[in-house]
Design a protein around this ligand. Structure first.
Ligand SMILES: Cc1cc2nc3c(=O)[nH]c(=O)nc-3n(C[C@H](O)[C@H](O)[C@H](O)COP(=O)(O)O)c2cc1C
Length: 342
C-alpha cells in the first residue's frame, strides 16, 4: 500500500504536506489554478502589506521594487508578472474572491505589518470574505538603538494577541529566526494566540552597487543550502510547542521536504523552487516524498514526522552547542592538507 501522505495544518486536513507559500506564483488566479492542477493541497496568497492598507499604491519589500527582471535565473515562462504583485487591498480582496470561487483547496491569506491598527481591521475583512486561515507575516527590522529586545518582542506579541481577539480564523505567524531566545519567543507567540508558526521568514538584505554607488535591492531566490537553520529549529521545537509547525526557506526538492518532516514539520512550503521550475514541480516533490517513504518502509508522513527531532534522536546535543566545537574541529581543508607547515 502507498504511504499515507496526509497531514493537518491549522485545522485543515491536507492530502500531503507540500504547500506553495506566499510569492508571485500564488498572486494571480491562473497560477493558483495551475498549482491546484499540479496537486497543491492549499495555497498561501502573497501578503497584503500594512503600507498598502495606508497607501493603496505603494509597493514594498517583495513587489514592484524588484521587477521580474531581477530573477536572472528564473525561466521567463514561469515568473508571473510583478507589476500587479501585492497591488493593494482592493485587488487583494478581488484575488481572494476569485480564488475562493474557482479553487477547491483551502486558501490561506497573509497580512504583513508592524503596527496594530490596520491588521485587526483587515484580518476581520479577510475573515468575512471567507479565507480558510490567516498567516501573519511579521517582517520587522529594529534599527532604532533605543528600542530594546523586550520592546520588539512585546510588539510581536501584542500584534498576535490583537489579531487573535479580532478573528476566529486559524492563525499562523511567520517570523524570522533573529530572537535572543527563539524557543521562548515561539512559545509566547503560541500563548498569544498563534495556532501555527511558519519558520522562517527570509529577510531580504540590500546590497551595494559599486558602479552606481547606490543601495540596490536585488532579491535572490533561495537555495537548498539555506535549509539548515530551519531544520535545526524545527527539530528543537518539535513536541515542545503547542502549535502546528510549517517550514519555509530552502525546500527545493523532496530531499529537503523529507528532512523537515523528519525534524517535525507538519507542512513544508515552497516559493523559490516553484518560481524557478513552474507549478508542476510540486508534483515531482510529492512523488519524491512518496517514493522515499515507501523505500524506507514508512507507512505514512505521520509516522515519519519528528523521528529525527531532538525528542527522538539518541544525541539531542547534535542540535545544541555540543556539536559546535565538534563541527569546527572535524573540518578538514584540502588546501591546508596539501600545504603542511614544517
Ligand atoms: C518574489 C517573492 C515574493 C514573496 N512574497 C512574499 C509575501 O508577499 N509574503 C510572505 O510572507 N512571503 C513572501 N515571500 C517569501 C516566501 O513565501 C518564502 O517564505 C521564502 O521565499 C522562503 O522560501 P523558499 O526558499 O521556498 O523561497 C516571497 C518570496 C519571493 C521569492
Amino acid at each position: 500500500m502507498k504511504p499515507d501522505l496526509s497531514t493537518t495544518y491549522l485545522g485543515l486536513g491536507l492530502p500531503h504536506p507540500i504547500v506553495p507559500s506566499a510569492s508571485p506564483m500564488t498572486g494571480d488566479l491562473d497560477h493558483l489554478l495551475a498549482l491546484e492542477e499540479a496537486g497543491a493541497p492549499a495555497v498561501v496568497l502573497p501578503s497584503l502589506f500594512e503600507e498598502q492598507i495606508e497607501h493603496e499604491a505603494m509597493a514594498i519589500h517583495f513587489g514592484m521594487d524588484f521587477g521580474a527582471e531581477s530573477f536572472a535565473e528564473a525561466p521567463g515562462g514561469y515568473l508571473p508578472e510583478m507589476d500587479e504583485y501585492n497591488a493593494g487591498p482592493n485587488d487583494y480582496l478581488g484575488l481572494i474572491h476569485a480564488a475562493k470561487r474557482e479553487l477547491d483547496i483551502p486558501v490561506i491569506a497573509s497580512l504583513n505589518g508592524t503596527t496594530r491598527g490596520g491588521w485587526t481591521l483587515y484580518a476581520k475583512t479577510l475573515e468575512e470574505v471567507g479565507v480558510d486561515a490567516l498567516e501573519l507575516n511579521v517582517y520587522f527590522v529594529a534599527t532604532d538603538p533605543d528600542m530594546t529586545s523586550e520592546d520588539v518582542e512585546r510588539q510581536y506579541l501584542e500584534l498576535v494577541s490583537e489579531v487573535r481577539r479580532a478573528v476566529a480564523l486559524p492563525l499562523a505567524v511567520k517570523v524570522g529566526p533573529f530572537f535572543s531566545s527563539m524557543a521562548n519567543m515561539a512559545k509566547r507567540l503560541v500563548s498569544a494566540g498563534a495556532d501555527g508558526l511558519v519558520l522562517f521568514n527570509r529577510f531580504y538584505q540590500p546590497d551595494f552597487d559599486l558602479d552606481t554607488l547606490e543601495v540596490s535591492p536585488n532579491l535572490k531566490l533561495s537555495t537548498p543550502d539555506e535549509l539548515r537553520l530551519v531544520l535545526r529549529w524545527m527539530a528543537i521545537l518539535d513536541g515542545r510547542i503547542d502549535a502546528d509547525l510549517a517550514a519555509t526557506t530552502g525546500v527545493h526538492t523532496a530531499e529537503e521536504a523529507i528532512k523537515l518532516i523528519l525534524a517535525g514539520a507538519d507542512v513544508t512550503m515552497m516559493a523559490s523552487a516553484l518560481l524557478r521550475n513552474g507549478p508542476d514541480h510540486l508534483r515531482t516533490v510529492v512523488d519524491g516524498l512518496q517514493s522515499w517513504l515507501w523505500t524506507n518502509e514508512y507507512r505514512s508522513v505521520a509516522q515519519a514526522r519528528g523521528s529525527l527531532s531532538q525528542l527522538n534522536v539518541p544525541d539531542p546535543g547534535a542540535f545544541e552547542r555540543a556539536n559546535y566545537m565538534k563541527s569546527l574541529v572535524s573540518y578538514s581543508s584540502d588546501w591546508l592538507t596539501d600545504h603542511p607547515t614544517s
